[in-house]
Design a protein around this ligand. Structure first.
Ligand code: NAD
Length: 347
């Protein structure tokens, strides 16, 4: 396929780009290169003949029109977004601009190009979203594709709004869309402000391992390479107008997750004495911190035959290996604005 991937210099987008290029698809990576981007994430495919990089902002309509005209894609996979909940609490404006207005601009550019091209049936606008749009669960239950939306942070509210726009462009204008809502990702190239890299890097630096609140918040952890595989499955075989929930079938509390990471690090890079778990420190909770997310992945499993390939223990071991082997990558990002600071508590 000829694919445009937005946000392909970010964490998940770059995994999609790498897999898609390796699989022989023709890939155009469109990214504005914000603080969260790193072109090293796609260095392994940068010279491939089936790969092109375009630096542009999804809010720039003229640039998006040029992008569609130049590349006439079979599909666009839209991952570009502001993605860090803590940053959305301190500064919601860019989340509204990029996640809502940016998605609107991209939808309009896609629609104009699609109509102009004679409404090709095979075209897909694949919108990548999060399980956070569904709100917070109690101890039981799982999110399905028909769970009512109940976003509770500026980030999840902006993603929910973008999901609604994508559905509306399908219902109203007939744009052939597919949507996916996935759980928390982790893995190689995860930006060092998110929980798992923070824990690995602080552990290695002998710093405190910060756990928000009492660490009881539960997430369904999904290895990023599995997510990229699911996305490439959905963009090729997903039913038009439909959404698919993607989960890792790996629910863990934050405290359990951090203890598992410490045990892996104790084995792979033992400290002179004691365990990395000794560095665990409980800190002020995130305002409005959702208690639990859990995905019911029945639809994607039964309709498309997809399921995750690793358990969270296997995926975390692969992730720790990657961070141990790629110190220059994460050291370079630790100087970026806000990284290493506690964000999201000003409110
Ligand atoms: P990320 O922050 O690592 O990467 C986002 C990328 O988008 C960056 O490369 C950035 O430069 C680019 N970008 C931001 N604003 C842009 C703009 N205006 N124009 C063009 N490019 C822009 O994010 P991620 O973790 O890779 O998440 C990718 C997508 O997946 C997002 O839509 C996010 O909501 C969704 N998602 C993420 C997770 C997760 O656990 N990380 C879970 C569920 C859904």
């Amino acid at each position: 396929m000829k694919l445009i991937v937005t946000g392909g210099a970010g964490f998940i987008g770059s995994a999609v780009v790498r897999q898609a290029v390796r699989a022989g698809h023709e890939v155009v990576n469109l990214d504005a290169l914000t603080y969260a981007a790193c072109l090293d994430n796609v260095a392994e495919v940068a010279d491939a003949p089936n790969y092109t990089f375009v630096e542009a902002d999804i809010r720039d309509r003229a640039a998006m029109d040029r992008l569609f005209a130049a590349h006439a894609p079979d599909a666009i996979m839209h991952l570009a977004a502001e993605s860090h909940v803590d940053r959305s609490i301190d500064g919601p404006g860019t989340f509204i601009d990029t996640n809502i207005t940016g998605t609107y601009t991209l939808l309009e550019a896609a629609r104009a190009w699609w109509v102009g091209a004679g409404r090709p049936e095979g075209f897909r606008f694949h919108h990548i979203s999060t399980d956070e749009v569904f709100g917070s669960l109690g101890q039981t239950g799982q999110f399905t594709e028909v769970t009512p939306y109940d976003p509770r942070s500026p980030y999840s509210a902006s993603k929910a709004a973008s999901d609604h726009l994508v559905r509306a462009w399908h219902e109203t204008y007939g744009l052939p869309v597919v949507l996916t809502n996935c759980s928390n990702n982790y893995g190689p190239y995860h930006f060092p402000e998110k929980l798992i890299p923070v824990i690995i890097l602080n552990a290695l630096a002998g710093k405190a391992l910060p756990i928000y609140g009492d660490g009881s918040n539960i997430r369904d952890w999904l290895y990023v390479e599995d997510h990229a595989d699911a996305l490439l499955t959905v963009v090729q075989r997903g039913q038009v107008g439909r959404s698919y929930n993607i989960g890792g079938e790996n629910e863990r509390s934050n405290l359990e997750l951090v203890k598992t990471l410490c045990a892996i690090l104790d084995e792979k890079r033992p400290k002179a004495s004691g365990s990395y778990a000794d560095q665990i420190t409980f800190v002020t909770d995130r305002p409005g911190h959702d208690a639990r997310y859990a995905i019911d992945p029945t639809r994607i499993r039964e309709e498309l035959g997809w399921r995750p390939s690793v358990t969270v223990e296997q995926g975390l071991a692969l992730t720790v290996d990657w961070y141990l082997a790629n110190e220059p990558w994460w050291r370079a990002l630790q100087d970026r604005k806000g990284v290493g600071e506690r964000l999201g508590v000003k409110a």
